[in-house]
Ligand binder design. Structure first.
Ligand SMILES: NC(=O)c1ccc[n+]([C@@H]2O[C@H](COP(=O)([O-])OP(=O)(O)OC[C@H]3O[C@@H](n4cnc5c(N)ncnc54)[C@H](OP(=O)(O)O)[C@@H]3O)[C@@H](O)[C@H]2O)c1
Length: 296
């Protein structure tokens, strides 16, 4: 793969799956800013992909018949692991249809090899998804981030509760979380997709500090312009409304939060990108307006 900053006219083609998502979008924005990089933005609803310079590309885990067109001629793929039971098989089938030279960067999860004997519905699921990539025969890098700061501003997660009720219901059991800005995960992914030196690496990625949930709520309060209180709900309360695999995976994730699995602070972002990971305060000063009632 050529140096994307060189004067060469060669083009590096990258497929970003999940381009509407929390990591996919900032990654696509970084990639289009690089010279000589052509970005395909994969989404099940490509008509909603409005990132300047990105080629909207039909890509759905439910429609394998479209994968050949989405991956045709690509040099690298950013794979956002779909949180569904058949993710390992789907990822394996996707990669099997690509050229063996295709660089693969998988967005996995903190400690992707965590034991989960109490959850037969998702036992061995995360390790199998990672193993599929390692065994694919393609040059690979695996990203294992902790909880994203973007969950606070995403209406599919906590935004509406924060804005409408001033509450952050999160079953931490007193544990801390080293929240990571998805823009920093994207920056690590950008390097791994375009540069040599990351093949065969598994990166644990965290933000720069582990925060308690009450401290997190304090910072959210300042951004929201109103008091936000942390409520240490039970895990059952936190997963209410979900069922099946999604419920089991969320339950396991919160158990891991309570066990302190997301408290570890790593220097991966700075080591790989040369820039320190953003603090929650910095994230909120950029994204905080989404938490204000005014304008909604
Ligand atoms: N969230 C976290 O804190 C966290 C932490 C560690 C690891 N992870 C892992 O990272 C992966 C991605 O999780 P995520 O939570 O960050 O999901 P995400 O990438 O924000 O969204 C996942 C997908 O949902 C679809 N989608 C549906 N409605 C959407 C909307 N309104 N806006 C944007 N996308 C929408 C998009 O696919 P289409 O365009 O195809 O519909 C998108 O790619 C998962 O494997 C997860 O386990 C997440």
């Amino acid at each position: 793969m050529q140096d994307p900053n060189s004067a060469e006219v060669d083009v590096t083609r990258v497929l970003v799956t999940g381009v509407r998502g929390k990591t996919g979008k900032p990654l696509a924005e970084l990639l289009v800013a690089r010279r000589g990089v052509e970005v395909r933005g994969g989404s099940s609803d490509p008509s909603t992909v409005g990132i300047e310079g990105v080629r909207p590309t039909a890509f759905s885990w439910d429609e394998p018949s479209g994968w050949a067109a989405a991956t045709d001629g690509v040099d690298a793929i950013f794979v956002v692991r779909p949180d569904r039971a058949d993710a390992p098989e789907l990822i394996g089938a996707l990669l099997a249809g690509t050229s063996p030279r295709t660089r693969v960067v998988l967005l996995s999860d903190k400690d992707g090899d965590y034991p989960d004997p109490d959850h037969p519905g998702c036992a061995g699921w995360a390790p199998r998804a990672e193993r599929t990539v390692r065994d694919s025969g393609r040059p690979w890098t695996i990203l294992r981030p902790g909880w994203f700061m973007q969950v606070f501003t995403d209406p599919r997660f906590y935004r509406d509760q924060i804005v409408d009720t001033g509450e952050l219901p999160f079953p931490s059991g007193g544990a801390t979380v080293a929240w990571i800005d998805a823009r920093d995960i994207a920056a690590v992914a950008e390097r791994a997709l375009l540069e040599d030196g990351h093949t065969g690496r598994t990166y644990q990625i965290s933000g720069p500090e582990a925060l308690s949930l009450p401290r997190t709520a304090e910072l959210l309060s300042a951004a929201a312009g109103r008091p936000v209180t942390h409520r240490d709900v039970t895990i059952d309360e936190a997963v209410a409304g979900s069922e099946g695999f999604a419920r089991e995976l969320s339950t396991l994730t919160f158990e891991r939060v309570r066990a302190g699995s997301f408290a570890e602070v790593t220097d991966t972002v700075e080591r790989v990108t040369g820039h320190p990971a953003r603090t929650l305060r910095t994230f909120l000063s950029d994204a905080g307006p989404a938490l204000r009632r005014v304008g909604r």
